[in-house]
Design a protein around this ligand. Structure first.
Ligand SMILES: C[S@@+](CC[C@H](N)C(=O)[O-])C[C@H]1O[C@@H](n2cnc3c(N)ncnc32)[C@H](O)[C@@H]1O
Length: 340
């Protein structure tokens, strides 16, 4: 491409400004299951419309816009629609699928971000302004939202954070609590890899109800139990703790309450704590850490943190930062030890 072909700054900015349209077009594609319909090969647009219950005219224009982004490809001659290079990420259940993230983000986070101005002015999370209550309270009002949120976390674990689970080392652990373990997917995968391991998936009562089925499906329900509760009040005892994608949700003050409860509950004086989080300036794919930092600004009170910030946060609650393992993905594994 020579300079004459480069988009002008105004055109580049227009594309950025139009991001809201692409987000919602992706939501339509995800919700309708377009990618699932196309997994076995190209099909005519009219057939795609019939299969998904969408009107052919609007569908054609949405598919056309997303073809420009590499999600679909359209053959003008035959009218056939096929998956583009990104298409499989919107199919269900594939290792690279982020369909559930599309469904959750575009329902809750998209609405929240309409209030980002209020966050910039007041510091209050946009989600709280939009929903009138903190995000997790709002999610908890509706079982469908709870399921959608946990499904999105499973997509994160499988498609975005799988490298980090490979870097979680639990050889020395006998019992582990997964603090904020959602539907149990993360601990189930780890328990498969560590057959000696016993443990507990701990999350809000209305969230953890989904975990027994997941643990059964992974064949680890004889060793891994579930417990419902509030990690700002207390967490179950264990010799090792896992907190994936938890502390970044919360301010230093709130994260300190969770860490304090882990410190109190630990039944080994030198209990291990393993965090799966981003570390600003250190992980691969730093653009994911920046994006998540903006997400945290808009929907919760948390933030992504640098190595010194993690070290200080842990130290303030009686944990020593031992090491940070980077992974080929955006997440790092932060290993810490309880200091008596
Ligand atoms: C970002 S998700 C991470 C889920 C899971 N650890 C993972 O890596 O996929 C945060 C989790 O914290 C849970 N959570 C939020 N507030 C909680 C509280 N007060 N007590 C226990 N769990 C809570 C949510 O229900 C949610 O499952």
């Amino acid at each position: 491409m020579n300079a004459a072909d480069s988009p002008t700054p105004a055109i580049t900015m227009l594309r950025l400004l139009g991001g809201y349209q692409i987000s919602q077009a992706l939501f339509v594609a995800a919700r309708a299951g377009l990618a699932d319909q196309l997994l076995d090969g190209p099909i005519p647009l009219a057939e795609l419309a019939t299969a998904t219950g969408l009107r052919p005219g609007p569908l054609a224009r949405i598919v056309h816009a997303l073809a420009g982004e590499g999600v679909f490809a359209l053959d003008a001659g035959t009218g056939l629609v096929r998956l583009g290079p990104l298409g499989r990420t919107l199919a269900s259940g594939l290792p690279e699928s982020v369909r559930n993230i599309a469904l959750m983000w575009m329902d809750s986070h998209y609405r929240a971000f309409g209030e980002l101005w209020g966050t910039a002015e007041t510091g209050r999370p946009a989600a709280e302004i939009a929903f009138g209550e903190p995000l997790f309270d709002w999610i908890g009002q509706d079982p469908a939202r709870v399921r959608a949120f946990s499904a999105a976390m499973t997509d994160f674990a499988r498609a975005i954070r799988h490298h980090s689970l490979d870097a979680v080392e639990l050889d020395g652990a006998r019992t582990v609590v997964d603090v904020g373990g959602a539907d149990g997917t993360v601990l189930a995968v780890l328990a498969e890899r560590y057959p000696h391991l016993r443990g507990t998936v701990f999350d809000l009562p209305h969230v953890v109800t989904a975990a027994p089925e997941v643990l059964r499906a992974h064949g680890v329900d004889d060793r891994i139990t579930t417990a419902g509760g509030d990690f700002f009040v207390e967490v179950p005892p264990a010799d090792s703790y896992l907190a994936c994608f938890i502390l970044h949700d919360w301010s230093d003050e709130k994260a300190g309450l969770i860490l304090g409860n882990i410190h109190r509950a630990a039944d080994a004086t030198d209990a291990r704590l393993i965090l799966v989080e981003t570390v600003l300036d250190e992980g691969a794919a730093p653009e994911v850490a920046s994006l998540l930092d903006l997400t945290m600004l808009g929907v919760l009170t948390g933030r992504e943190r640098t190595r010194p910030e993690w070290r200080d946060l842990l130290a303030a609650s009686g944990f020593r930062l031992d090491r940070i393992r980077t992974t080929p993905g955006p997440m790092c594994v932060i290993e810490a030890t309880r200091v008596p």
